[in-house]
Design a protein around this ligand. Sequence first.
Ligand code: IPE
Ligand code: IPE
Ligand code: MG
Length: 259
Amino acid sequence: MFKSSTEEIPEARSVPRHIAIIMDGNGRWAKQRFLPRMAGHKRGVEAVRKVVRACGERGVEYLTLFAFSSENWRRPAEEVSFLMRLFVLALEQEVSQLHENGIRFKVIGDLSRFEPELAGLIRGAEELTANNRRLTLTVAANYGGRWDILQAVRRMLAQRPELASCFSESDLAPYFALSYAPEPDLFIRTGGEQRISNFVLWQLAYAELYFTNILWPDFDAAALEHAIASYQRRERRFGRTSEQLPEHPEFASQRELTG
Ligand code: IPE
Ligand code: IPE
Ligand code: MG
C-alpha cells in the first residue's frame, strides 16, 4: 500500500512519481484552425504519444490521463461516437508499441457503458501489459471522481458489511480505481481552465496543481519539462511547517529534541 498524504509525508523525489493530466483544449485547437473539433481530438492522440514517451524518459512511474469524463456523454452524439472510434483505433495501433516499451496500460472508469468491442480491447491491452513496470499509463475513460468514491464505498461495504457503522481512510483506500498507484504528485491541466472537472478528487488532496494555457494538441516534452520545473520549485508541506520537513536542515535536530 502507498502512503496517504493526509496521514504521512509521501516519499520526496525531484521528479514526480505520478503525474495526472486533464488533456483539455482539443476543440479550441481545431477551431483556431477552422477545422472540425474532431481534427483536434486526432492531434490530441499524437500529443499523448509524445508525453508518454517523455514521461518514460524522465523516470515518471505513473501517468494518468483524463480522456473522457462521465459528463462528456452530454456532448453531441456525433462527437461522442467519434471519440469512441478514436479510442478503438488508438488501442489497435498503439498497444503493441506500449508493450514493447515496458509500459503497463490501465483504464479507470465505468466500462459498462462502452461497446463490447472497446471493452474487450481494453481488457486485452490490460492483460497483455500487466507485468510491465517501466511506466504505468492509466487512461481515465467514462471516469468521474464522484463515481469513483461511490463505487469504492459500495464495493467495500459489499465485501466488508461489518464496516457500515465505522470505517477509516485506509479501509476505503484499496477500493478506489487508482488503488494500484501512489497519489498524484503533480496535476496538470492544459487549455487554460483552472478547474478539476470531476477528475480524481480523493487522491488530489495534496497534489501540486499546474495550469497552462497551452492547448492539449500543442503540449509536448518541452511543456512537460516546464511543468516539472515548476513542481521542483515548490515546497510540499502536507500541513506542517518548513522546519518539520525531512529535507529541511533543522529536521534531524528537531527530531532529537522531540524524540
Ligand atoms: C479535451 O478537449 C478532450 C475531451 C474532453 C474529450 P475538449 O474537446 O474539451 O476541447 P475544448 O475544451 O472544447 O477546447
Ligand atoms: C475535462 O475536460 C475532461 C477531459 C479532458 C476528458 P472538459 O472539457 O470536459 O471539462 P469542462 O467541461 O470544461 O469543465
Ligand atoms: Mg474542454
